[in-house]
Design a protein around this ligand. Structure first.
Ligand SMILES: NC(=O)c1ccc[n+]([C@@H]2O[C@H](COP(=O)([O-])OP(=O)(O)OC[C@H]3O[C@@H](n4cnc5c(N)ncnc54)[C@H](O)[C@@H]3O)[C@@H](O)[C@H]2O)c1
Length: 419
């Protein structure tokens, strides 16, 4: 392998744009050889970022995978339903993989990919970017240091944010579990991965409940039209109005608008909203993924954990209760105490505050610095260094297993209390 890690990109959407920009900002560490996507303008955006005059463009994963191996590593950032097939083929061709999460649509497929990686002696690094943030790296360091004693329980909470929920999980790519993956996998595989990573003990039982509480037709305000652009009487006031894509919610539009390179006029966006899934009334979509879910977990070391996911909060919060001390951290703690972590010692009641560098102004603040952290760590992981805490597929099976089992339990619908 040359000193630069060479990359090809399979799927040139939002995630690939982020990773390739970061890779090219790290002088001399990466080169981008090729990109494949049916949307030519997206491949073109990667070509521009690559700054490589010999960059090769392909119109699909299939076309790229028909070519002999042309780089060290393939980034697979297609949608959830199309990770397994290209990943298998890329491993056979001899690529290492940076594979978007979730690794595949079932635990059996994920185990098969892990086996294939072993067979071909390749590495599959999953994009569990939270592991590479200052925040979770610090939490892991504290847990591993023994400062908290033995973990007795973990309480994790993820607030997706109402507009984000509507954009991605009601109107968007992850609205239907059959087309992609269930919410607890699509969104919360990050959280189950972190819980499994911190707990460091196999999970032995999972149960879960959850459903759609709000994003259904019965909650549509009176007179709401099928699309926000159909003259809906609520278009100016509704939290979820698609017209907000042209004003204060443009950030979300950038992730899904067909041509990322083109300057857009407002009227052009409105015309697009008239025909695109993102122009639909959030109460009249074909979504089937949950807007709230609770997961209970029990581990072989005797500890337990809970994860709550809701559309109606914003940010992640984590609490770890150990035999020597408890730790609290995340967005709710930051809002309330203006610090990242609080550790309370059970012996003397003293509270230690830990404040981490503020990344909000940084260009690479995405996912709390995790996108940047992952790309920065990538070459080292591929070269076999610092692998014990890395998001290699073999280290990430238990988190996936919790998610898939939670969904199974949720569908079984708990034990009913007789009315
Ligand atoms: N790690 C994270 O934190 C994180 C965050 C968001 C999304 N994701 C995951 O990343 C993946 C990609 O998400 P995204 O937001 O970039 O989606 P996206 O829709 O922006 O990108 C996917 C791209 O794949 C392309 N594509 C479709 N069929 C193809 C084919 N046959 N060959 C090649 N390309 C094809 C699409 O045209 C699109 O450009 C998803 O699995 C998603 O769940 C991960």
């Amino acid at each position: 392998m040359s000193s630069k890690l060479s990359l090809v990109l399979c799927g040139c959407g939002s995630r690939s744009r982020t990773y390739s920009k970061i890779a090219m900002s790290l002088n001399d560490q990466f080169e981008i050889i090729a990109g494949a996507d049916p949307v030519a303008s997206r491949v073109d955006a990667i070509r521009k970022t690559s700054n490589n005059p010999d960059f090769k463009s392909y119109s699909s994963a299939e076309e790229l995978l028909d070519q002999p191996k042309m780089a060290d590593l393939m980034i697979i950032a297609t949608q959830d339903h199309y990770h397994f097939e290209p990943a298998k083929k890329a491993l056979e061709l001899g690529y290492h993989l940076l594979l978007e999460k979730p690794a595949a649509q079932s635990i059996n497929e994920i185990k098969e990919l892990a086996e294939l990686a072993k067979k071909y002696d390749r590495k599959i690094v999953l994009c569990f970017v939270l592991r590479y943030t200052d925040f979770y790296a610090k939490v892991k360091e504290i847990v591993d240091s023994g400062k908290l004693g033995n973990i007795v329980s973990i309480r994790a909470h993820e607030g997706v944010d109402a507009y984000h929920q509507a954009h991605s999980f009601v109107r968007g790519h992850w609205a239907k579990s059959t087309d992609s993956t269930p919410m607890i996998i699509a969104k919360c595989s990050h959280d189950t991965d972190i819980i499994a990573w911190l707990m460091d003990s196999p999970c032995k039982s999972v149960s879960s409940i959850g459903g759609i509480s709000h994003f259904s037709e019965k909650h549509a305000p009176e007179g709401a039209t099928d699309r926000c652009t159909d003259g809906c009487p609520h278009a100016e006031t509704c939290l979820y109005s698609a017209l907000r894509y042209t004003t204060d919610r443009e950030r979300w539009l950038n992730m899904v608008y067909p041509d990322p390179t083109k300057k857009r006029e407002t009227q052009e966006v409105i015309e697009w909203l008239k025909i695109s899934p993102w122009g639909r009334c959030v109460y009249k979509c074909d979504n089937d993924v949950v807007d709230h879910q609770q997961v209970l977990m029990e581990f072989e070391n005797g500890a337990s954990a809970t994860l709550s996911m809701t559309a109606f909060d914003c940010g992640r919060t984590l609490e770890i209760y150990g035999t020597k001390a408890s730790l609290r951290g995340g967005d709710a703690i930051k809002e309330q105490f203006d610090t990242d972590l609080l550790i309370r010692d059970h012996y003397n009641g003293e509270i230690e505050k830990i404040t981490l560098p503020d990344l909000t102004e940084s260009e690479y603040a995405g996912h709390g610095g995790g996108d940047y952290g992952l790309i920065t760590a990538l070459s080292d992981i591929i070269n076999g260094n610092n692998t014990s805490s890395a998001s290699l597929i073999e280290n990430s099976i238990s988190g996936h297993l919790i998610g898939f089992t939670a969904e199974q339990s949720r569908i079984q619908d708990g034990i009913k209390i007789p009315l």
